[in-house]
Design a protein around this ligand. Sequence first.
Ligand code: SF4
Length: 237
Amino acid sequence: MVAIQFDVKGFLETSFLEWPGRISSVIFLAGCNFRCPYCHNHPLVLAPARLPTIPLESILSFLGGHKDWIDGVVITGGEPTLYAALPSLVQQFKERGFRVKLDTNGSNPILLKELLDNHLLDYVAMDIKAPLEENKYTLVAGVEVDLSRINQSIQLLLDADIPYEFRTTVLPLFVTREDVLAIARVIKGGKRYVLQNFNPQNPLDPRLKEEAPYQPAELEEIAQQLMDYISHIQTIY
Ligand code: SF4
């Protein structure tokens, strides 16, 4: 069998945060097709070659030795769906008895569908960067985005029979209250929506270091206005 290369550039052995309710190991894959100005993983996005590659074998070996402790693997990035062979990577974890969570920006609905259709995922967290309007999405994603693909990914998750969440990083400069409401209308009936407050530490675009995030009370107010659309809303500061 020919080994498929995955550019694993980070591995967190144990996390209690990445997958609510589970103890997970987290794999960071290099590369992303977006350039969100607030991105904190920008070394993975802009200069992955500078980071050492972690052999998949060492990750599988760690997981094999901690089966009783780790109950899920989170695949994040960067953007994991840039790897056409992602299903084969997921398969390797599933074969070893691990549940798998995928973090994605939703830009590859074809691969997402393949993963869902083959029952390879146990949880998906999908970013929705902005309302589905070209100029707004371009501003927040830092590149032009085919919004029909984002919409297809949203519909796939809304119809999925596994747990999932939509996530939006909120920064007043990019995402207003009305914008959040517009997103909520698109994901109406969705299982879970996470509002992640902007963190000004070390963003991809250093000019954002000066930008103020929402105050906690403001964010709670925004969350309140979404109650009619989504049953479970979480705010993260
Ligand atoms: S989608 Fe945006 S925030 Fe996520 S890794 Fe890519 S550039 Fe960073």
